[in-house]
Design a protein around this ligand. Structure first.
Ligand code: FAD
Ligand code: NAG
Length: 412
């Protein structure tokens, strides 16, 4: 694959026979593996220096899969029997490494997709990739698979950030590894999703005093109901019952097993947990022990932050408090809008992604766009959704790949 042109102004062009896959996280790996099984080559591009940047470099040490392993493995290779039901982060990483090796995948590391656009004349996708220390290169292919993740870039709420003058430590949950470095400190944790809740637990266990901001409501559910993963149970029930009924069941079980969380400042939203997830994308929290510390007051609940001050924070109720550190467990967003240019023309609207970089159509229809554009891992359904996307994408591309090969054979 020698570069076709080589003047200084335009990056060298390289034609890729199979699809170009952007992102070597679980989704990208699953697509490349599924293609490999169908004998379709692909080019896997990764900005980081290793696979699965999110799991490798942006997660805290105590993290284990939130869902049981049988709902988290990638297509065509289950996790080892020796793994516990909820594998640790390092076990999951070792699984991803052996997955990569099993399918002989060779991601191109230190390579960031900086722009991608469809060229209607050449009927190809043109993807400009910046390689650390090696300049840019333009890859072209009939197929482009977006696998950069729903969690590509950390988000920090603008109001807190803008009012910046805080003297203490400020970190995003992506930079947090362990509570050790916060021992004896008063720590404000902004955000009460799964990450925020788990960091608070970790902080308490390391001798820090966490204060958790609960802005609006949150659904806290038990991780398991009668020994079955709550998420798995809900998925099975959805095959038989309407969402509203499953939601009522989940909330009832949560109240029975966890008690009335509203008493501790964790208001339950009006919409049920599954309906809320579907309409707003907000994931219910699976309790892994945080709640008991909220009940005993070791983790304190505070209202929404109005602004950070030099020594702490001012809350919307006017109260001010001092803190040694602030952790933003404020989530992540997609980076697709920064690099994918899906042009609109008069006759055809091929706008596939929203302004926020998520596919406009929802699961199970979010995997395929126009002109050979695909998207894996944007279903809001974690690793399970990514696997489903990968299998569909691979079989769709393989069908076209075979047709192309047939044509060539007929012509020559
Ligand atoms: C703390 C935490 C816990 C989670 N626990 C679970 C769980 O238990 N079960 C579950 O199913 N899901 C879980 N998730 C959801 C998580 O998103 C998935 O597990 C999974 O990481 C999604 O895989 P992905 O490949 O789509 O995205 P990612 O893992 O984010 O991978 C995307 C890859 O693309 C790369 N990339 C991004 N932009 C570019 C670019 N422009 N050019 C080149 N490369 C790029 C990134 O470096 C990264 O390696 C969790 C998420 C978090 C944050
Ligand atoms: C990626 O970049 C890092 C830092 O610049 C370097 O140490 C590493 O060797 C590179 N890895 C690859 C596979 O090119």
């Amino acid at each position: 694959m020698a570069p076709a042109t080589n003047d200084e102004s335009t990056p060298p062009r390289v034609a890729i026979p199979g699809p170009i896959i952007i992102g070597a996280g679980p989704s990208g790996l699953a697509v490349a593996a599924s293609l490999q099984r169908l004998s379709v080559p692909s080019l896997l591009i990764e900005r980081s220096d290793s696979i699965a940047h999110l799991w490798n470099h942006q997660t805290y040490n105590r993290l284990s899969l939130h869902l049981p392993k049988h709902l988290c493995h990638l297509p065509h290779l289950p996790m080892p029997k020796t793994f516990p039901t909820y594998p640790t982060k390092s076990q999951f990483m070792s699984y991803l490494i052996s997955y990569t090796q099993s399918f002989s995948l060779k991601p191109i590391f230190n390579s960031t997709a900086v722009s991608a656009r469809f060229d209607p004349v050449g009927v190809v996708w043109r993807v400009v990739v910046a390689r650390a220390g090696a300049g840019e290169v333009e890859y072209e292919s009939r197929w482009l698979v977006v696998a950069t993740g729903e969690n590509a870039e950390p988000v920090v709420a603008t109001e807190e950030q803008a009012m910046g003058g805080f003297d203490g430590k400020k970190v995003h949950s992506a930079e947090y590894r362990t509570g050790e470095e916060f021992k004896g400190e008063r720590v404000l944790v902004v955000g009460c999703g799964n990450s925020g809740m788990e960091l608070c637990l970790d902080l308490v266990e390391h001798g820090a005093t966490p204060f958790m901001v609960v802005r609006s409501g949150v659904h806290v559910l038990p991780k398991e109901i009668l020994g079955i993963s709550t998420f798995g149970l809900a998925m099975n029930m959805l095959k038989w019952f309407p969402v509203k009924m499953v939601d009522r069941f989940l909330v009832m079980m949560a109240k029975t097993m966890l008690g009335d969380t509203e008493k501790y400042g964790l208001k339950r939203p009006k919409l049920g947990p599954l309906e809320l997830k579907k309409t707003t994308g907000k994931t219910p929290v699976l309790d892994i022990g945080t709640l008991s510390f909220i009940k005993t007051g070791k983790i304190k609940i505070v209202p929404e932050v109005e602004c950070l001050t030099q020594k702490g924070a001012k809350f919307v109720n006017g109260q001010e408090m001092q803190f040694d550190a602030v952790i933003f467990a404020t989530g992540y967003r997609s980076n697709v809008p920064y690099w994918l240019k899906v042009a609109k023309n008069d006759t055809q609207d091929c706008d596939f992604f929203t302004k926020e970089g998520k596919p406009k159509s929802q699961f199970p229809n979010s995997w395929k766009g126009d002109n050979g554009l695909y998207c894996a891992g944007f279903t809001g359904k974690g690793l399970l959704g990514a696997g489903t996307d990968a299998v569909k994408i691979a079989s769709d591309v393989a069908r076209q790949w075979r047709a192309l090969l047939e044509n060539k054979r007929v012509v020559s």
